[in-house]
Ligand binder design. Structure first.
Ligand SMILES: [Zn+2]
Ligand SMILES: [Zn+2]
Length: 191
């Protein structure tokens, strides 16, 4: 079966994690369910806490969506890198290649978001790359050897509602393991 996934979203936007986080991520997840997503990565900037809380919130409220905790990491080169499926925080501001390796070590998935430069689009060590990003547009991934994805990069529930982008993922079950396997096998269609 195919599920609709958004692998790069920010639940607390530009805010820092605090008392408002739960209500912000609750609105974020409600919007995700409303627009018909089956799976969402909550990948706030350099902080895994919103992602972990979002997953716990979805389970506690019986929301019909698979929440994958993640982070959008800023690397030493100032290049962004999204990690999906984390259980523990990964250190930001490290070299890009080391960060990609670290994500692989902990069996998470690396997604290169908004790949503005050709040298980034030529990388083969990430698991996936954004073909479409609802905030930054389209990227020409001709010849890319990694999975192609489309994400909202939403910083609010309203962004999520406005986004027309998502990724279809061919899976056997709606689970983190199935999603990770499918991305590694490039069974993704960016929409
Ligand atoms: Zn970014
Ligand atoms: Zn982002």
């Amino acid at each position: 079966m195919q599920i609709r996934a958004d692998l790069h979203t920010h639940s607390i936007g530009e805010e820092t994690f605090g008392p408002r986080a739960e209500s912000l991520l609750a609105r974020h997840l409600e919007a995700a369910v409303e627009v018909g997503l089956d799976c969402i990565a909550v990948s706030d900037h350099n902080d895994l806490r919103p992602g972990l809380l979002a997953r716990e919130y979805a389970v506690r409220h019986g929301l019909p969506i698979l929440v994958l905790p993640g982070m959008e990491l800023t690397t030493q080169e100032r290049v962004h890198l999204v990690a999906v499926g984390l259980e523990q925080q990964i250190e930001a501001w490290q070299p890009l290649a080391d960060t990609i390796a670290r994500i692989r070590e902990v069996a998470a998935i690396s997604v290169l978001p908004h790949p503005f430069f050709a040298h980034l689009r030529a990388r083969t060590d990430v698991d996936a790359m954004e073909r479409f990003n609802a905030q930054y547009g389209d990227f020409d991934l001709d010849g890319t050897l990694v999975a192609h994805v489309a994400n909202s990069d939403s910083h609010s529930a309203d962004d999520l509602r406005r986004s027309t982008h998502y990724t279809l993922i061919e899976v056997t079950t709606r689970s983190w393991d199935a999603v990770a396997d499918a991305i590694r096998a490039r069974r993704t269609t960016p929409v």
